[in-house]
Design a protein. Structure first.
Length: 700
């Protein structure tokens, strides 16, 4: 399937001389995700993060010590260490017509140096020159070449992110070799756009950033780098647009309703809908009435009230005589949604059921047959909703809470459960505006910008772990005031057992102090135990809930107004914001205590400062991106955010909407990518591993 012209780029790294299976393993760590196999294309997409300027080429008499210089010298004489002191440095005397220079090596092999520096030969050396005893010296030059090599020597020498087990020279050599194998490919970008932006071609752009002629070529803003970034963004947008086209191909069915059920639900609510909620509901109703398939994202910060909007959407299709499914990412959330919705559904006369991994035995077949017969209008559940044997009578709308956990294939699985199922995705992840398109380029977006009235700012403080005793006193006072408290402990997969033990320890010590009012929930508990703990906390018979991050998404107990987060330094910014969003939902003034282990690193310090300063999810997301952006410059890989290899969203974010429009235009003219440009774009999709989308083109 892959166009053969691309084969050289998809060869494995071991195709390069000097790379064996052992070095390949190191490259896995550097270039790809665990379990993937690096290809040459991954090498050429590994872009430099800095450079060494070797352009200064003085005569020896003009060398400024402790600077990087490139000098031309004649090799005069080798002075190996004396036989009785084999560990002494190996010196080589060299000179030009103005001065002499000693080249020094430690632990060097004699035969290697003799070959590299034949006496009487001309050599170009690049490195840091120093003064030693008043004499000019260069220890371990970075580069040593003859005249022919000098002609190819990069004077702006790129510096790459590295990993343990690989030397800069090895990496550079590998990239050089891979670059030589990049084929000339037909242009896939719009010619006018290329011209306007002064973009070089793809292969040339790669050469420019890896073999820069000036430091400017290494800036992400450079035409070459921008081109590559645009390629990556365009591939992403094109893939999303293809998916969208595929999902929409089977035209939807309109579900019109005058709004009888919705009115009953609204009447049963103890509050009035916010403007945002009304607007989002109107968007959705309009979509549902259309014969096109809906693909809409409902995007709103934690606590903005997405659930009720989703319910109103469900009520619309139900009134039209069809069914809706509401899928949550966890058991706890599914139960919570069920509990929230049940009284409203009852008020509206909607027949509601729940289906999770826990409905087993007799119950399950009963639910399934009611669902198939159309005796259930709305079903709330987990992934269990999309198992093979679950069949609907007439599923019209699927609502998916917290999109991040669902991938493309789940969306497809879901769309197979009914005829042209409309899709509504709810997400609380405060995605920066610059990223919305990359995440959800294929969806229409409704935003809940305002929070329900009466919400108060959460008083957020950061304290070192040493002040734990004070924190426990504060919790004690809060409990005396009748408040409810979340106590969050970190849990990550790599150290799950240790983290779990720490959470259980904390629970035991709090229980000792506060008695039965303390409860524990964590991911390893049995579902029924989790429910029982959550239920006791929600109804108030337990008032302090020690939890690992299972409460992160969506849990809603408005009476909880205090949160303690232990080891706050181990959480990401967005995650802390999500957690904190569990409080500040009721009338009480809420307080969030971030307990950290000192000393804090710079990034952790900045994160906690931002949280103290603001609770605007969008601002927090932008700051998060900025902090991560800096991390990326240092070459550390961050997980959890969309992985771009070439595009830096701080710099190239502006190109995103152009890429989106471009993708839409292309598919409009050439839906099957059959034209010459279409064929070139297919190559682009392969290069950026979006070839899944190409298969959608084939599928009828
Ligand atoms: P999220 O958007 O995080 O999923 P929820 O739907 O769980 O938020 O709603 C958070 C809380 O706000 C719930 O307790 C809900 O009853 C309440 N709520 C929702 N809409 C409003 C509103 N318009 N006015 C007051 N409270 C509201
Ligand atoms: Mg929610």
């Amino acid at each position: 399937m892959r166009p053969p012209v691309l084969n050289p780029l998809f060869a494995s790294l071991t195709a390069l001389p000097g790379i064996g299976p052992k070095l390949e393993k190191v490259f896995v760590r550097l270039l790809v995700r665990e379990g993937e196999k690096p290809r040459l294309v991954d090498l050429v997409f590994h872009l430099p993060t800095g450079y060494v300027d070797r352009r200064n080429q003085p005569k020896l008499s003009a060398v400024v010590p402790d600077t990087v210089v490139t000098v031309a010298v004649t090799i005069d004489r080798h002075r190996p260490p004396p036989p009785n002191r084999p560990r002494a440095p190996y010196n080589i005397e060299a000179s030009d017509d103005t001065n002499t220079l000693t080249i020094t090596y430690f632990n060097a092999r004699k035969d290697y140096l003799e070959k590299l520096y034949p006496e009487g030969a001309l050599r170009y050396l690049s490195g840091i020159a120093t003064l030693y005893d008043g004499h000019l010296q260069m220890v371990h030059p970075d580069r040593v070449v003859d005249a022919a090599g000098f002609a190819r020597l990069p004077l702006i020498d790129p510096v790459y992110p590295l990993t343990e087990g690989i030397y800069p020279n090895q990496l550079q050599r590998a990239i050089e070799l891979a670059l030589d194998r990049v084929p000339e490919l037909p242009e896939w970008q719009d010619p006018a756009w290329v011209k306007r932006n002064h973009f070089p071609g793809f292969a040339e752009a790669l050469r420019k950033v890896h073999r820069p002629a000036s430091p400017d070529d290494l800036k992400p803003e450079s035409a070459a780098w921008s081109r590559l970034a645009y390629d990556e963004l365009l591939a992403g947008q094109l893939a999303l647009a293809l998916l969208r086209g595929h999902m929409r191909k089977r035209a939807g069915r309109g579900s019109a309703a005058e709004g009888r059920l919705r009115a009953r639900i609204v009447a049963a609510l103890p509050y009035a809908l916010t403007q945002s909620q009304q607007r989002a509901t109107a968007d959705i109703i309009a979509d549902l009435a259309q014969p096109n398939r809906m693909l809409r994202l409902l995007h709103g910060d934690v606590g903005s009230g997405k659930t009720v909007v989703a319910l109103l959407a469900a009520a619309t299709v139900i009134e039209a005589g069809r069914q809706a499914a509401f899928m949550a990412p966890t058991e706890i959330l599914a139960r919570q949604h069920f509990a929230t919705i049940a009284p409203l559904a009852a008020a509206a006369g909607i027949r509601l059921a729940i289906l999770t991994g826990r409905e087993r035995g007799r119950e399950r077949p009963e639910i399934l047959s009611a669902l198939a017969a159309g005796d259930i209008d709305l079903i709330v559940g987990t992934h269990a909703l999309f198992q093979e044997d679950v069949a609907f009578h007439d599923l019209a709308l699927a609502i998916v809470d917290e999109q991040q956990r669902f991938g493309v294939h789940q969306r497809l699985a879901l769309s197979r459960k009914g005829e042209a199922v409309d899709l509504l995705v709810l997400t609380a992840t405060p995605i920066p505006r610059t990223l919305v398109l990359t995440y959800f380029g294929d969806m229409d977006v409704s935003e809940l910008r305002e929070k329900p009235a009466g919400r108060q700012k959460i008083d957020t403080r950061a304290l070192p772990l040493e002040r734990l005793a004070e924190v426990i006193e504060a919790v004690s006072r809060a409990l005396d005031d009748g408040r409810r408290v979340y106590w969050v402990c970190p849990l990550v997969e790599e150290s799950e057992t240790i983290d779990l033990a720490a959470a259980e320890d904390r629970y035991r010590s709090l229980k000792k102090r506060f008695g039965d009012t303390a409860e524990l929930v964590h991911g390893r508990m049995r579902g029924t135990e989790k429910d029982a703990a959550m239920a006791r906390f929600a109804e108030g018979s337990a008032r302090i809930l020690v939890a690992t991050t299972v409460i992160e998404v969506g849990v809603d107990v408005p009476a909880a107004s205090v949160m303690v987060i232990e080891h706050a330094e181990r959480f990401g910014l967005a995650q802390l914001h999500q957690l904190r969003g569990r409080i500040g939902r009721g009338a009480d003034r809420s307080i969030c205590l971030l307990l950290y282990r000192a000393p804090l690193g710079e990034t952790a310090k900045a994160r906690l400062a931002i949280l103290r300063e603001t609770d605007d999810g969008f601002r927090i997301a932008e700051e998060d991106l900025r902090l991560r952006g800096e991390g990326d410059v240092l070459g550390t890989r961050q997980s959890g955010m969309p992985g771009f290899r070439l595009a830096r969203l701080e710099v190239h974010g502006k190109l995103l909407s152009a890429a989106r429009e471009d993708a839409a235009l292309v598919l409009n003219r050439d839906p099957k990518l059959k034209s010459a440009r279409g064929a070139a774009l297919r190559q682009l999709l392969y290069l950026f591993a979006r070839d899944e989308a190409i298969r959608l083109l084939g599928a009828g």
